[in-house]
Design a binder for this molecule. Structure first.
Ligand code: BDR
Ligand code: CA
Length: 309
């Protein structure tokens, strides 16, 4: 059985990704490590633990990690996800509790004691993984694979004209991870635009199911749905984290990908957090990332619906 750590700044679409993963028979979620991002750390931890309860399968340990970017103030996105990060459902505290160990130490332990076995899927800013690498650089050669939801390929950003949210929150952390030598696949926001967008019909279909899980997955994205209607002028919502999770579960849903050298802008205020991809090998550096360019949207939705209905 494949063994996976999920690192998450849990809000709406992270919730769907966590539930997808916990209900996927081909993988075992060994740990959920929480980081600040969409919402502050404590709220992200609560939302991660709510997701574990809602998935109703097994209970992996949930570890709290880094609550603040390395160099900057935390930038959160309640304006997208609702004040609670869950479409303002204001849910009670879950019964699932947090572990005592820090997420960074849990990441190091799991990877170092299981060389070549652990895959990591990151759904939020990269402070936990960057700090784990700084503390124990050997994780870069011991980890099996990293799938990152982050960046925007060659398309526009979603938080500045050029930067995607997870990279923008802490570009220094993202830069450390990208330069670490870990085997990284990046699923950018561009991949989710249009193609894996959940349409009005998809949402109706999920709401008509008897599954409480499917209804919950739609409900906790309600604020995102309202935000996306204003942003894109159409009903539905985008699912970046579940798209990355689908790639992590089954990378044969990738239709187009390429390897390249990529780095993150950290110096310029205007382009802070932009992932720059050296498509034409102008810098003559070895590729450090596999960039996912397109996924099979039909298969993505089949996998999503199979796991959340
Ligand atoms: C990413 O930012 C968050 O809002 C989502 O959870 C996703 O991880 C998209 O840019
Ligand atoms: Ca996220």
């Amino acid at each position: 059985m494949r063994r996976v750590i999920i690192d998450t700044d849990t809000a709406s679409d992270d919730v769907v990704a966590l539930i997808m993963a916990l209900r996927e028979p081909s993988i075992k979620v060994e740990a959920i490590t929480v980081v600040a991002g969409n919402v502050p750390l404590d709220l992200a931890s609560k939302n991660a633990r709510v997701s574990v309860e809602r998935a109703n399968t097994y209970i992996p340990p949930v570890y709290k990690g880094v609550g603040k970017p390395f160099m900057r103030k935390l930038f959160t996105s309640e304006f997208v996800h609702g004040k609670d990060g869950m479409g303002d459902m204001n849910l009670p505290e879950p019964k699932v509790t947090e572990e005592q160990e820090h997420a960074v130490d849990a990441i190091i332990h799991l990877i170092m004691s299981n060389p070549g076995e652990i895959e990591v899927v990151t759904l939020g800013p990269l402070m936990n993984l960057a700090l784990a690498y700084l503390k124990e650089p050997r994780i870069a050669e011991k980890v099996k694979k990293i799938v990152i939801m982050g960046g925007a390929g060659l398309g526009p950003g979603n938080i500045t004209p050029v930067a995607e949210f997870n990279m923008y929150v802490d570009a220094e952390a993202a830069s450390i991870v990208l330069q670490s030598g870990m085997p990284i696949t990046m699923v950018g926001w561009d991949v989710c635009l249009g193609k894996t967008f959940l349409s009005e019909e998809d949402i109706k279909y999920l709401q008509q199911q008897s599954s409480e899980i499917a209804k919950f997955c739609v409900r906790c994205n309600q604020s995102v749905e309202e935000f996306d209607e204003k942003r894109f002028g159409k009903k539905g919502f985008d699912l970046p984290d579940p798209t990355a999770m689908a790639v992590a579960i089954s990378d044969d849903i990738i239709l187009k990908k390429y390897e390249a050298y990529a780095y993150v802008e950290t110096k310029s205020e205007q382009t802070y957090g932009q992932v720059i991809i050296d498509q034409h090998h102008l810098l003559e550096k070895n590729a450090n990332v596999t960039i996912c360019e397109e996924v099979d949207a039909k298969r993505f939705k089949e996998l999503l619906f199979k796991n959340i209905i």
